[in-house]
Design a protein around this ligand. Sequence first.
Ligand code: ATP
Length: 451
Amino acid sequence: MSDAVTMDKIVSLSRRRGFVFPSSEIYGGMGSTFDFGHYGVLMKNNIRELWFEAMVRNRDDIVAIDSAVILHPKVWEASGHVAGFTDPLIDCRTCKLRFRADKLEDSNCGLKPSKHPGETPECDLTEPRRFNLMFETTVGALQEEGSRAFLRPETAQGIFINFKNMLQIARRKPPFGIAQIGKSFRNEITPGNFLFRVREFEQMEMEFFVPPDEAEKWYRYWIDERLNWYRRYGLRDSKLRVREHGPEERSHYSQGTSDIEYEYPIGWSELEGIANRGDFDLTQHTEYSTTKLEYVGQDSERYVPYVIEPAVSIERIMVALLVDAYDEEVVGERERTVLRLHPKMAPVTAAILPLIGKSDDMVAKARSLYEDLRRRHSVEYDDSGAIGRRYRRQDEIGTPWAFTVDEQTLADDTVTVRDRDSLAQERIAIPEVRDWLDDALERDWKSPKGS
Ligand code: ATP
């Protein structure tokens, strides 16, 4: 098995199989924006669902919220984003390209791409300037003073400003959390590397409110929880690590931050961030809004909770899963490309295939099994073309199992089930397929690519 996975291979497979397309292609494209096709949508749904299951549904101490994208502009003053959510920007007067001053070593010179900006005599770089990453918009019909607003660059602030509402409704006391999934927008100066850095992405964030003296404990707890979630869904241990930020690297609000990093083809990079935000956000919003955001207990105990935040985007998880799953191997004489995705992450859980697409009997049997399974699972029916080609198509979109209806099915009501990874085939009775699939989905799963 080869592990020479490049971002180009992932981009090309994603496009070929309809996971992700470059956006606005018929108008010449819009750099670093993407549209998700059918399988991309199914996979995103799985990532979202499994995050929500782990963070909300399976817990007694976390509730959900869905706040607005465009919030009162003062939110972003209070949060520090208007003043501080900036990247240092450098322009080159010669090639007219723009770079992040803190990422020059990751950038290529516009004239000599083998060099970094500033390394050739022709490079003429400006001093770094601060560039705010928030997208601005205007609210209402008139572009007048006071109509300026921002698209949210993180979902977290929508949680903090609802702290009081949620505390009352949820009838919880710290430690408890509020989780949110939704689009965030950042006017990144140097987007790129496929979905890794894009200007609009779907964030999954959870703010966990704790008594201040328990913050460190919960910070460690959430690093472990999140790391284990990635392991459970099959990311290989050797490709995951936790990196703690030094004081100079932390955001303005942070008392401690760790990144869960994945070894993407571009090198070790942040997959998810876990931050101890202290009481910064609730204190700031209390000051700016004059609404007290604090916890008051029954015995008049009162304090401003500290906040531990695991934050990630569906896009970064999707790239990590695709990279980790991508494999090429030679079977018999033929090469195949296969996505060895965790079965719960795969866009399609099972394919139902009549061996001979022109056989009315096989088609009828296969369709009836398909109609039964589709009520509970993401399954696909396909009767067109040679069976080998149909299997390979399913391998490329990562479908873990294929149920095939053949001659023998017509005699004894059994089908073969083909395993995507081992290619082993076994026969099972049609009435047992549903339970077999339910059991198979609950089994522990490890990547066949190793650990
Ligand atoms: P980076 O240093 O890579 O720009 P960040 O530290 O600014 O990331 P956070 O503000 O901590 O990122 O955002 C939390 C999470 O949101 C990240 O861990 C990542 O999963 C996701 N994320 C942030 N920016 C982007 C982006 N431009 N495209 C896709 N996902 C993103």
